[in-house]
Design a protein around this ligand. Structure first.
Ligand code: 13P
Length: 333
């Protein structure tokens, strides 16, 4: 296959109707936080055990088209001693890999951050591709306050995201472009809409500058919602505000917008996606790329004990199926 054929085939598989992406790419500190919440101390063995369990849930591939892995998991074997990428492929699921190296303060922009990891990215991508990864993810974050994010942060982060995406495509890896406008704070839904619009405009301008092929990428944004400390908006309000921004800024050439859950409860994340897909046809597929909203119930059910494996798998499948239904606007709580 040529690189173009590889990119097209991967995009086609990822955006299949009724399916979305499972983000299981938590870094060591993040997975330690999630495990601690269910009374489990994070270790290589526990991470392998838990991830092996959820990836081998029978039928997962009916509602999950891709899984984003952390580097450690890409090289691990399942409990049945099958390489994790091979286990996923046997479920009809495309393996992907988180490739950014996290964020740090953006110098001379107090409160803003920048994501790092471009140095040596080509070499790492070659290795990941040999291990079975066919798509990648890179996340940049934007904080909202009365004055954040600064123009400096909006521009610098967009530039980095576009450079990452261009490098991925040159190697036949589909980039998931993730500009996350954080939910933290007490802002209004209107402020979230303004910031999301500004961030996305800048991201697409940078993607254009770096000649990224829009038909061969996936956008992974946050939904437009009020801040976590503000009164909640209904799914219809979230859907209307989100679509209003995206219809004005995201080119129709982008095949899929796969939202992150970003601190929404599993039920909210499903209801909000469902409300968007109930508002009639859009130029792009609207799907999910959830971490917490897909895994929280499974992690609770597992609680570090393999005897709870069947319950954890059932909880995982349930959320995956409900979000698969939300993809078509047919989810009923
Ligand atoms: P959440 O859905 O938990 O926000 O995670 C998605 C993700 O991959 C963040 O980078």
């Amino acid at each position: 296959m040529t690189i173009q054929e590889e990119l097209n085939a991967t995009v086609r598989e990822l955006v299949q109707p009724g399916k979305g992406i499972l983000a299981a790419d938590e870094s060591h500190p993040t997975i330690a936080k999630r495990f601690k919440a269910v009374g489990v101390e994070s270790s290589e063995q526990k991470r392998r055990e838990y991830r092996s369990l959820i990836f081998s849930a029978a039928g997962l591939g009916e509602s999950v088209s891709g899984v984003i892995l952390f580097e450690e998991t890409l090289g691990q074997n399942s409990l049945d001693d099958v390489p994790m990428p091979r286990l996923l492929a046997s479920q009809g699921i495309v393996p992907g890999i988180k490739v950014d190296k996290g964020k740090q303060p953006l110098v001379n922009a107090p409160g803003d951050e920048i994501t790092v990891g471009l140095d040596g990215l080509e070499d790492r991508l070659e290795i990941y591709k040999n291990q079975g990864a066919r798509f990648a993810k890179w996340r940049n974050v934007f904080h909202i306050s009365d004055i954040l994010p600064s123009r400096q942060a909006v521009e610098a982060n967009a530039e980095v995201l576009a450079r990452y995406a261009a490098i991925c495509q040159s190697l036949g890896i589909v980039p998931i472009v993730e500009p996350e406008v954080l939910i933290d704070g007490n802002h209004t839904i209107e402020r979230s809409a303004d910031v999301s619009g500004e961030v996305l405009r800048e991201v697409f301008h940078a993607l254009y500058r770096h000649k990224v092929e829009l038909t061969q990428m996936i956008l992974k944004p946050s939904m437009v919602t009020p801040g976590q400390e503000s009164p909640k908006a209904s799914p219809e309000e979230v859907a209307t505000a989100t679509l209003k921004v995206f219809q004005r800024v995201v080119p129709a050439a982008v095949p899929g917008i796969f939202f992150l859950s970003g601190g929404q409860t599993p039920e909210e994340a499903t209801a909000n996606l469902n409300a968007m897909n109930s508002q009639g046809p859009q130029p792009w597929a609207l799907s999910f790329s959830y971490g917490r909203a897909l895994q929280e119930p499974a992690q609770k059910a597992w609680a570090g004990n393999l005897d709870n494996g069947p319950d954890a798998q059932a909880a995982m499948l349930k959320r995956a199926r409900l979000n698969g239904a939300a993809r078509a606007g047919t989810y009923r709580p």
